[in-house]
Write a protein that binds this ligand. Structure first.
Ligand code: ATP
Ligand code: ZN
Length: 285
């Protein structure tokens, strides 16, 4: 019987969200403390627990068929894998930062400077595309302390809130790339494995759609319905149900999370009342 081998980060910033994703897809994986692999309870999959940096290589070599890893790692390692889906977690950016008292004049600032990073490939692409000659000092970790100890004059590192930079007396001045967790896949998955992969992607998309949308219910006078229908596009068009009170109805629809606040204001202005917004668990479009 075929089994899909899925690599995820063993422990770190992506592990909890990766496990939660499988849980929401109805795929049970035990916590596998101390082990390298766990077999899913009710889905033909085996989960390999690895260091994130190794995942692109293992997927390229088909030790794992697919993996969950940050785009930053995929692009830095330059492995031959396909990116199938962005997952909406693990958001961060690869940024250049300099000591906070320095006067930043634009990317030319880095001309002939020493820049410490764990992302030499992405950083040299960035400098090359801007014709900047700089010296790249490759470090495997704790990059943010490099300027303080005189190892480099600037750094290029992963940032999310920016608090690590601040505590090290640095300020962020350029974004080299934005990143989030993605599903990567080996390029030669076929036959029954491909079918398992499609089944998994179908579930992941349903979970992702659900998290990006909200179910909305509201009451409105009948006269306001045409205007409200224009504001609420929904998956098809809103459901309109009569209320017991003469001349009133209830409308149900789906709105995107990111459009939600702007639409709420317009709905209220159009006469909507008693607005309820409810999370959606799965959404199949
Ligand atoms: P491992 O032990 O697996 O090698 P790691 O220490 O290299 O782990 P983590 O710090 O757990 O890696 O980060 C994993 C991924 O999480 C990063 O590659 C990046 O895509 C994402 N990420 C999100 N926010 C941050 C952040 N503030 N700092 C670092 N990585 C972040
Ligand atoms: Zn790592």
């Amino acid at each position: 019987m075929s089994i899909l081998k899925i690599a995820i980060q063993k422990s770190g910033r992506l592990s909890d969200s990766s496990r939660k994703l499988f849980d929401e897809c109805g795929i049970r994986i035990s916590n596998g403390a101390g082990t390298l692999k766990v077999v899913a309870g009710n889905f033909p999959a085996e989960i390999l627990l690895l260091r994130d940096d190794d995942i692109p290589q293992y997927v390229e070599q088909q030790v794992a068929d697919i993996g969950i890893v940050g785009e930053n790692i995929v692009l830095e390692t330059r492995k031959e894998v396909d990116i199938l889906e962005q997952l909406g977690f693990g958001g961060c950016r690869l940024s250049l930062a300099i000591p906070k008292e320095e006067n930043y004049t634009g990317p030319d600032y880095f001309m002939n400077k020493r820049v410490a990073t764990s992302y030499p490939a992405l950083l040299s692409d960035y400098f090359r595309s801007r014709n900047i000659r700089a010296e790249i000092e490759e470090l495997s970790g704790s990059v943010e302390i490099a300027p303080g100890i005189g190892l480099a004059e600037a750094i290029c590192d992963i940032v999310s809130s920016g608090s690590t930079l601040l505590t090290n007396g640095l300020k962020e001045v350029e974004t080299v790339m934005k990143s989030q967790a993605v599903i990567i896949a080996n390029r030669n998955i076929s036959g029954p494995k491909r079918e398992i992969l499609e089944k998994l992607l179908f579930r992941i998309r349903a979970v992702k759609n659900a998290s990006e949308n909200k179910y909305i219910l509201l009451n409105a006078p009948e006269s306001a319905v045409p205007e409200i229908c224009k504001i609420l596009p929904g998956m098809k068009s809103p459901t309109v149900l009569p209320l017991a009170e003469e001349g009133w109805c209830s409308l149900h629809s789906v709105v995107r999370e990111d459009e939600f606040w702007e639409r709420i204001d317009r709905l209220r202005a159009a006469g909507a009342e008693g607005i309820l917004v409810i999370p959606i668990e799965k959404m199949i479009v």
